[in-house]
Every structure is written in structure tokens, then in C-alpha cells.
Design a protein around this ligand. Structure first.
Ligand SMILES: C[C@H](O)[C@H](O)[C@H]1CNC2=NC(N)=NC(=O)C2=N1
Length: 122
């Protein structure tokens, strides 16, 4: 991997490429170690913890903006104090570099949301 995933942008995936093998997925996961390979390495998942519903919602809103900008979309469930994110490339029914690019960028968003909440108001 030339540049780090964080500097990359998702590329349109119109299918026709094979999904990552478990070995390939594991190699990418080293850059997103808080994510777990699920369903025979056809998707990755992470549960983020936040201090309350508002912080979780702020994360989800920013995740939505990121997905729109990147053209690659996660599945997110959230509630008071948590957001659970699942990523897979639906077009190829498995994992693609786009999923790991999104994972790394979502990790940065989550750190930003927690920091923002920690800053004193005003
Ligand atoms: C052309 C464009 O890349 C596709 O329509 C994108 C949109 N967002 C996507 N998001 C996800 N998670 N999987 C996809 O296969 C996908 N395809």
C-alpha cells in the first residue's frame, strides 16, 4: 500500500473485481486494528463508544457526510453512548480497499467527536 489509507479516496466500484481474500483483508486490517473481520471476512465492523446520545448522533451525522463525499456507504446502528458501523462493498459482496479507507476515516471522525465534546463550551 503506497500511501496510507487515511490519505486515499474511495474509487467508484462498479463490480467486476473479486472481493479480498481473508488474508488480503487481514493485511489491510493492520491499518484499522480496532475493526473486526466478520462473516468469513466479507465485512468489517466496529462499535464506537460515546458519552451520550448526542455525541453518537454527531458522529453519525459526520459519518453520513463522509459517505456522501467518498461515494461509499456504511451501515450504522446507534443509540445512547454507542454507534456500531459495518462496512462491506455490496457490489462485490465482500471487502474492497474502499471499506478500509472508510474505516480509517471513520476512526478519525470518532476521535474528533470525542475531543470536541471534551472541549469546554464557550
Ligand atoms: C458507483 C458507486 O461506487 C457505487 O454505487 C457505490 C455506492 N456506495 C457503495 N457503498 C457500499 N457499501 N457498497 C457499494 O457497493 C457501493 N457502491
Amino acid at each position: 500500500m503506497a500511501s496510507t489509507l487515511a490519505e486515499k479516496t474511495c474509487t467508484p466500484c462498479r463490480g467486476g473485481v473479486p472481493p479480498f481474500t481473508p488474508e488480503e483483508a487481514e493485511a489491510y486490517r493492520t491499518q484499522a486494528p480496532d475493526w473486526s473481520l466478520m462473516d468469513d471476512a466479507t465485512r468489517i465492523e466496529r462499535r464506537y463508544r460515546f458519552k451520550d446520545f448526542g455525541e453518537a448522533f454527531a458522529f453519525v451525522m459526520r459519518a453520513g457526510e463522509l459517505a456522501k463525499a467518498q461515494g461509499h456507504h456504511p451501515d450504522i446502528s446507534f443509540g445512547w453512548g454507542y454507534a456500531s458501523v459495518s462496512l462491506r462493498t455490496k457490489k462485490i459482496k465482500g471487502l474492497h480497499e474502499n471499506d478500509f479507507i472508510m474505516a480509517v476515516k471513520l476512526d478519525r471522525i470518532s476521535e474528533g467527536v470525542v475531543e470536541a465534546a471534551a472541549r469546554p463550551k464557550g
